[in-house]
Design a protein around this ligand. Structure first.
Ligand code: PAF
Length: 327
């Protein structure tokens, strides 16, 4: 064996017990996380309501593009959570508006020690999962990966970034370390945060700045930065969201948060944001859990957030018209 053992191989050799995992919501991001976890040797099942996607994955594997060449990963998939049996970890990746129902549907997979990790976009997911299964089971997280769903059984991994997870009370527990190790073993750079609420809000800033403007203009993330006028609107939306976060007492740490949003747009330049993908597929967007949630919080706090109000109204209008045209 080579003197310098590749890190991945080393991690496989010293590996802890595998974690039986279900990914609830196998869209682009759920498929990416579930697929790469399965490829690293974890026991994973993707759970999704989209039958054609599930059948394609079971028949020919999950095809993942975006790197030098497509790779095909064998991962189990089902539309029926009760066929999976109890699992150690449920990673929630459904759209924010489906969180409560999807968590309730996941109950057949829950045993005494099952933990839920949410890596979803938007505000309010943790509260909804906690409402269904209790806050003790929930680990919040956020990820900056960009991924596009091409069709049944096929995704393109269009940009990488860190994944941050952490207990709500800031403790660095065994379960959070175990999840970090599993994600790292699958190739996801993962950090444990002792201030996860701030990390969630930092990700909200990213989505508030990038998602509506890509959806409204039909642009990829990186293309936003080709337009100084659009960059100013991004800045406006993000600065308003920062004021809301500060008024709520959320600590997002030091640094220029607007620049960080531009950096994510750069790092995921070729990605079509999740909101653009939703609009293109005629699906409901997550605007209510993103810019819409900033508007709702600002109203309660007595703050003005005109940029977020405008973006929310414009995306809702787009959604409404698409739905009307498609009958
Ligand atoms: O929603 C998304 O698309 C993603 O959160 C991100 C990081 C903006 C990349 O496209």
């Amino acid at each position: 064996m080579d003197a310098i053992m590749p890190l991945k191989l080393l991690m496989t050799l010293v590996k802890r017990d595998t974690m039986k995992t279900a990914v609830v919501g196998a869209g682009a991001m759920g498929s990416l996380f579930g697929g790469l976890l399965a490829a690293s040797g974890e026991d994973v099942t993707l759970v999704d309501v989209w039958r054609e996607h599930v059948e394609a994955i079971n028949a020919g594997g999950l095809r993942i593009g975006g790197h030098e060449e497509y790779r095909t990963v064998n991962v189990k998939a089902t539309t029926d959570p009760s066929s999976v049996g109890p699992v150690d970890l449920i990673i929630v990746f459904v759209k924010s508006y489906d969180t409560l129902e999807a968590t309730r549907d996941a109950l057949p997979m829950v045993s005494e020690d099952t933990v839920f990790l949410s890596l979803q976009n938007g505000l309010g997911n943790i509260e909804k999962i906690s409402e269904a299964v209790g806050g003790d089971r929930v680990i919040p997280g956020t990820t900056a990966h960009g991924c596009t769903l091409i069709g049944p059984g096929e995704i393109v991994h269009a940009g990488s970034g860190p994944t941050v997870i952490g207990e709500l009370d800031g403790r660095v527990t065994e379960r959070v370390r175990g999840i970090r190790d599993a994600l790292e073993g699958a190739g996801f750079e993962t950090m444990i945060s002792e201030a996860i609420r701030g990390a969630l809000w930092s990700k909200v800033l990213v989505n508030v700045g990038i998602n509506p403007l890509t959806a409204l203009n039909g642009l990829r993330n990186g293309e936003l930065l080709d337009h100084p006028d659009i960059m100013e609107v991004m800045r406006g939306a993000v600065e308003e969201a920062i004021r809301v976060a500060e008024a709520l007492g959320v600590n997002m740490g030091e640094g220029d948060h607007v620049e960080k949003v531009y950096d994510v747009a750069r790092a995921t330049a070729v990605n079509r944001s999740s909101m653009l993908q939703d609009v293109e597929r005629g699906r409901r967007t997550e605007i209510d859990a993103l810019n819409g949630a900033i508007v709702d919080s600002a109203r309660l706090l007595g703050l003005d957030v005109p940029v977020n109000e405008t973006l929310t109204a414009a995306v809702r209008g787009l959604e409404f018209e698409r739905a009307r045209r498609e009958g």
